[in-house]
Write a protein that binds this ligand. Sequence first.
Ligand code: GCB
Length: 602
Amino acid sequence: MNYRAVCFLAAALLMAAAPVSSAEDAGTPFMTNVYGRDYQFLNGKWNAIVDLYDQGEKMKVYENRTPQTGEEFYEYSFEGGLRLNVPGDWNSQTPELKYYEGTVWYARHFDADPQPGQRQFLYFGAVSYRCKVYLNGEQITEHEGGFTPFEVELTGKLRSGDNFLVVQVNNRRTQDAIPALAYDWWNYGGITRDVMLVTTPEQYVRDYFVRLDGNDAGSVKVSLELARPQAADVTVDIPELKVSKTVRTDEDGRAEFGVKVKGLELWEPGKAKLYDVTVSCGDDSVSDRIGFRYLETEGTGILVNGKRTFMRSISFHEEIPQRKGRAFSQADAQMLLSEAEALGVNMIRLAHYPQNEYIVRLAEQMGIILWQEIPIWQGIDFEDKGTESKALGMLEEMIFRDRNRCAVCFWGVANETKPSDARNAFLLSLLEKGRSMDDTRLYVAAFDLVYFNEETRHFEMDDPFTENLDVVAVNKYMGWYHPWPVPPSEAVWDVVPDKPLIISEFGGEALYGQHGDRNMASSWSEEYQARLYEDNIEMFRHIPNLAGVSPWILFDFRSPYRFHPTNQEDWNRKGLVSDQGYRKAAWYIMRDYYKEIKNSDK
Ligand code: GCB
C-alpha cells in the first residue's frame, strides 16, 4: 500500500474510533501551528531497544509485557536498558549507534487526564525515517518521511492516569525512499524533533492560511478550515491593523475571504515586521505571528515587494557540527542562524529537506528569506509511482506546515536530476500540487548539468523542464569537480537567459588550519578554497541573469560519503566554518563579496 493510502486508512480507522462526531474530520495532514495550541511536551529521556534483526514486531514488544506466572518470560524489557534523549538522533548519543541503520524501539509512560468535550492529539515534529506508533499496546498510526510532522488523534483512546507509548523507528535506506540509497549527509535516525500531546476543543480551527491578496498591500486574504465540517462563526483578529472580522463558514467548515487593511508594513529581508494574528471559533483560539510580503519575477530579476532583490544566500544542514548531531532546539537555531547572519546573507537555502520550525521561525524573526525543499536528491526512482506519491505527501506536509511563514519565499522541488520523461512527469506533478496549495511562492529546482560548449565558448544547459519553474538554480563546482575550461574572467554563461538564475551551490573542500598551495586542489588548504572562491566570484560577474548565489556550505558537515583518511574522516569539508566553529579564509572572501553587493544594491 502506498504512503497516502496508509495515511488515509489510518485516518479512517481513527475516525471510526473517535467517539463524538458522526461527520468526517477535515482531511488536512495535521493541525496548522501546533506551537500556538494547548500542548505539553513528551520530550525527555525515553527507554529504547535496539532491534538490528527486526524481531520486536514478532515479539510484540509494544505490549510491554512482564512475567505474571512462574512459566512466563519475555526476552525484552524497556526498563533498565538504553535511554535516549527525545528530541535527538540516536547516532550521536552512543558510540555503538554512530553508523546504525535499522530499527530502534522507543517507549515512555505519560499521564493523561482526558476531559469530556476535549480532543487530544499526539504530534511528532519529525521521526527519521519511518515509524509505527503504538498506544497502550495498539498500533495507532504510521508515517514515512524524516523531515515533516505528522499527528494522530488520541481522543477515546487515552486512559486517565498512566499511558504507555511506543514508537518503532527505522532509518534503513531503500531505493524507494526519499532520499534514496546514497546521499551526501548523515542518515540520522530517531525521534529527531519535538513530541507533543495537544488538547483542543471538540470543534477547532484546524487550518488557516493568512497572506496578502496578490500584490495588494491593502488587502489580506484568509482561507481556513474547521476540524469538523459544520457551518460556524470564525473570527480573525489582527489588532495592530484594527482587523476583527467574523465570517460564517460553509457546511464543510471552510471559509475564504479578504480583509481591507490600511497602513500595513511589509515584511522584507532585514526588516522583519510581524503581526499578532488570532483565529478563533467557539471555545477555540489559536495565535500566530504573521508577516506579509509579495513576490514576483520580472525578466531575470526576483522582486520582493516590488523591489529587485539579489539573493545573498548560504546553506546549512540541520546539524550542529560541534555536537556531531541533528539540530533540534531554539538554541541550536540561534547558533546556526547567527553564523549565517554574520556572513551578511539575506537568504538561506535550507539543505536538503524541510528543517525544524525553530529554524524557520527564527529566520523569519531575523528577516532572512528561506528556500525550503524536499529531499528529491539525485538517485530517486522517478519511474516508481509509490515514490511519487511519497514525494507529493512530503511536499504537501512541508507547504502545509510553513505556508504562513512569509520568510519562505521559495519552494524547492528537486536537487540535481537528469532529464527524462519520467522525471519531467514526476516533477510536474509536484509543481502542480504545490501551486494548488500555495501560489504565493516562487518554485525552484537545482540542476547540475551545465557544461562548457566548445563552439559557442559559453556555459550552457539543456533541460526543457526549466520552462516550468519561476526561478532556475544551478549547482556548479568550478575549480573543484570541474577544471576551468577558460579563465574565470572569460567564463560567460548563457543558461535560461530570460529567467532569474541562482547559483545554488559552488565551493570546494579545505581542512581548517591546513595551509598549502593555492593552486593545488589536493592541498585541501584554506588557501586553495579561498582562491576558488575568488575565481567563482569573478565568474559571477559574467552571468547576465544572475539573481543570487549560495555557496556550499556554511559548516563542515558529517557524511559517510567522504572517506579521505586525513582530510575528511567522514566530513564534507566544504564548510566556510569548520566543525569546531572556526572560520576559514574563504569565509572572509564571501563576507566581503556580500558587503560589496549589498552596498551596490542600495
Ligand atoms: C552537490 C549536492 C550537495 C553535496 C555537494 C558536494 O551537488 O547538492 O548535497 O553535498 O554537491 O559537496 O559535493
